[in-house]
Design a protein around this ligand. Structure first.
Ligand SMILES: [Zn+2]
Length: 237
């Protein structure tokens, strides 16, 4: 989803981390030990982070994002779990959504979990403090070593538990907990459909693999089901 909006992936060919090395695994611990220093670096990002932030600011939703919004409005897509931090699903208009790795345009309190728009956030000081409880505020983006926020994790588990069909779009399939969700839906007797140009670690458990990009495949699916209120399935899938 993000790549077609001009944001480089983290991993895989051409990935930001593939070329520059992965961030430290204890990133969250480093933040807690020196939140002011961490904030300094975040406010004036250089190198790969500078490049990433510039791309995030330029990025706009594409036809795939818009197709998912339409499918949600038709109540075909019930819930969207994304690992992307760009906020483009929300920007496009998706409402029932869990941003499992956070949203770069939001800030989040490390104690009470309240979120705030980064733009125009009024919390003074470095690190800024939470207007609700006074504790430290960080980017909503989940860094290495940081637990997935409880509200988001709970929403994902609830939705995966009741899902009869999971549409798996453009994920490499090896970052947990998200990579476990398709296995869970399969174990519950559900269907897993993969969309993406390349084979992944999850291809083996998919009922159907569509070898197109998100911006190619999702609008086709949206056009096919528009107005029918259901996904037409044939014996051939
Ligand atoms: Zn707070």
């Amino acid at each position: 989803m993000s790549v077609e909006s001009g944001i480089r992936p983290f991993r895989g060919p051409g990935g930001l981390w593939t070329e520059n090395g992965e961030p430290p695994l204890d990133d969250y611990q480093r933040f807690l030990e020196d939140p002011a220093g961490y904030w300094q670096k975040e406010m004036y990002p250089t190198g790969q982070m500078g490049e990433l932030y510039a791309a995030l600011q330029r990025a706009v939703p594409h036809a795939g994002h818009r197709a998912l919004v339409s499918l949600e409005r038709q109540e075909i897509v019930k819930f969207l779990i994304t690992q992307n931090i760009d906020g483009l699903h929300r920007k496009a208009g998706s409402r029932n959504i869990a941003e499992i790795h956070g949203n770069y345009s939001l800030l989040r309190c490390v104690s009470c979990g309240r979120r705030f728009e980064r733009e125009g956030f009024a919390g003074a000081g470095l690190p800024p403090s939470c207007p609700e409880c006074g504790d430290i505020v960080k980017s909503d983006v989940v860094v290495f070593g940081e637990p997935i926020p409880q509200d988001v994790a709970a929403a994902c588990i609830d939705q995966v538990e009741c899902s009869d069909c999971l549409l798996l779009v453009g994920t490499s399939g090896y970052v947990y907990p998200a990579a476990g969700f398709p296995h869970h839906v399969k174990a519950n007797g559900g269907t897993v459909i993969e969309i993406g140009p390349h084979e992944t670690d999850l291809t083996g458990i998919c009922d159907l693999s569509v070898r197109l990009t998100a911006a190619e495949a999702l609008p086709i699916i949206e056009r096919t089901v528009r107005g029918t209120g259901r996904v037409p399935m044939t014996d051939a899938g």
